[in-house]
Design a protein around this ligand. Structure first.
Ligand SMILES: Nc1ncnc2c1ncn2[C@@H]1O[C@H](COP(=O)(O)OP(=O)(O)OP(=O)(O)O)[C@@H](O)[C@H]1O
Length: 271
């Protein structure tokens, strides 16, 4: 049963440097089922973030009959009780401690201070940061800061979490560790996740399904089920084969967009 359903979504932006309207997304249909982890993968500029913003109700789509629904109800504006959104450079407020940053999104909810604190600690425990609750952002590492931002999104306890390259700014090792934590947390908490990445390895590691976008205008070129068993082992032959498959789809997507394909073989890394 689809939790999120996007039907025939198109988006046109006015490009001031070319003085014309440019179609960024064209007729994109997509769904995510309950508890599913769906990855959006595609060449830079193909409209992944725009599409995620439309799912979140942060950006409008063209008024040409397309629509986004969550549990059958049309999304026209942000739905903070249903959908949490985590950006690549999710900012922690420097003047608030770690725990106060996690509590941030809960302050508009009808909760007592004690309930908020209990909820924030629950998620800090989940990512192993309880001991840092009273630290300020400047006193923790970049990887820890992203964990705190992840806690802030999880603490909202929304059914849906949208993530736009949340670990993109981190080094590879920290990114892999956080990806692994995220995968087990989302399975345990049963959340429906739509996750944008450039990384083939991240897509293969995290996704139950991977929607590969082509560019100019962005369309879903192929939607692939990821049959790799869990726990997934990054170096295993099956994992490498799947990354190779994704890489080939991406090369096709880039060629369709008129870009030169990569000359080297499939990397286990960024697109
Ligand atoms: N507010 C806006 N106004 C005009 N053009 C925009 C706007 N937002 C995005 N675009 C254009 O839409 C296209 C898609 O951008 P988007 O950020 O969605 O792509 P992306 O696939 O997420 O890229 P990347 O992977 O590099 O982050 C780009 O050409 C971008 O310049």
């Amino acid at each position: 049963m689809a939790v999120i359903q996007a039907t025939k979504i198109s988006k046109t932006f006015y490009n001031p440097s070319e003085s014309r309207a440019v179609k960024t997304l064209d007729d994109v249909s997509f769904s995510a089922d309950k508890d599913e982890f769906v990855v959006l993968l595609g060449p830079s500029g193909c409209g992944k973030s725009t599409f995620l913003n439309i799912l979140a109700g942060l950006t409008s789509h063209d008024r040409d009959g397309g629509k986004v629904t969550v549990h059958g109800r049309t999304v026209l504006a942000p739905q903070p009780d249903l959908i949490a959104y985590m950006f690549q450079d999710s900012i922690l407020y420097p003047w608030r401690t770690v725990i106060k940053n996690v509590e941030l999104g809960l302050e508009t909810r009808a909760m007592s201070r004690a309930e908020r604190r209990e909820r924030a600690f629950k998620y800090l425990d989940l990512v192993g940061l309880r001991a840092y609750a009273d630290h300020y952002p400047r006193q923790i590492s970049g990887g820890m800061a992203q964990r705190v931002a992840l806690c802030r999104s999880l603490a909202l306890e929304t059914e849906i979490i949208l993530m736009d390259e949340p670990f993109g700014a981190l080094d590879e090792q920290t990114r892999a560790t956080l990806g692994s934590e995220l995968a087990s947390i989302c399975r345990e908490l049963k959340r429906t996740v739509v996750f944008v990445t450039h990384s083939l390895a991240e897509a293969a590691f995290l996704g139950d399904r991977i929607a590969v976008f082509s560019a100019q205008p962005g369309r879903i070129k192929i939607d692939i089920k990821n049959n790799l068993p869990r726990p997934r082992v990054m170096g295993s032959p099956e994992f490498r084969n799947f990354v190779d498959e994704l890489w080939l789809h991406l090369q096709d997507a880039k060629q369709q967009a008129g870009a030169a394909p990569d000359r080297q073989g499939s990397p286990l890394g960024a697109t």
